[in-house]
Design a binder for this molecule. Structure first.
Ligand SMILES: Cc1cc2nc3c(=O)[nH]c(=O)nc-3n(C[C@H](O)[C@H](O)[C@H](O)COP(=O)(O)O)c2cc1C
Length: 189
């Protein structure tokens, strides 16, 4: 297939997450695409623009939550990425709950949530990249299969370009499916 060279843009796809933090004593929520794993350690990163209302809340409390909204929350998810807590009170948009391990609101309406304790802050252009150790994970009972979070039941929102998408189906198994090319399967190093 002939390749077409296009703009140098981080097009995606990326999972869409909602970050929760207390700001001035109230929950605030911000939608992000810049969020994910950094290694095999239980650590997630999120990159937040320094001028966002949420950012000082994460810096000051030392905690943030990463929430996976299901596709049914696409409207609220997009809304959290359109309006700022500086001008609109987003605290009533979701039902917050807290874990005793740290002070960041998690979202009851989301399928799954990670509570993260900030362990490092990396300034990046006009953003701050927060690395957060995962200290608690909550998942909806009905999103679990055989004791593990089930991606199709979590029903996350994927973003790419100007649109949101849903997952379709499982197409293979990590560290196994490729084994058909080597005649062996492998567990992660
Ligand atoms: C789909 C989507 C993805 C976004 N990703 C990010 C991101 O990764 N990092 C970021 O700082 N802002 C991101 N934004 C922008 C913020 O969500 C937006 O500016 C928000 O209103 C900031 O809210 P706050 O001021 O209440 O913190 C994204 C917005 C949308 C709609």
């Amino acid at each position: 297939m002939k390749k077409i060279k296009i703009q140098n843009q981080p097009f995606g796809p990326f999972p869409t997450m909602i970050i929760g933090a207390d700001v001035q004593g109230k929950p605030n929520y911000v939608t992000v695409g810049a969020c994910g794993v950094v290694s095999m350690k239980p650590v997630l990163y999120v990159s937040l623009k320094s001028t966002h209302y949420t950012t000082p809340g994460v810096r000051e409390n030392g905690y943030f939550s990463v929430n996976i909204p299901p596709v049914s929350l696409v409207e609220q998810t997009d809304y959290c990425g359109i309006v700022s807590g500086k001008t609109v009170d987003k605290s009533g948009l979701f039902t917050p709950f807290y874990d005793e391990l740290g002070k960041a609101p998690m979202i009851k309406e989301c399928s799954m949530g990670f509570l993260c304790k900030v362990i490092q802050v990396i300034p990046l252009f006009d953003f701050e990249m927060f690395l957060g150790e995962i200290v608690a994970v909550y998942v909806n009972e009905d999103c679990v299969t055989d004791g593990k979070p089930d991606p199709l039941k979590l029903n996350p929102i994927i973003m790419m370009g100007a649109s949101y998408y849903s997952l379709n189906e499982a197409i293979g198994n990590l560290f196994r499916t490729g084994g058909t090319l080597t005649n062996q399967s492998k567990t992660p190093d």
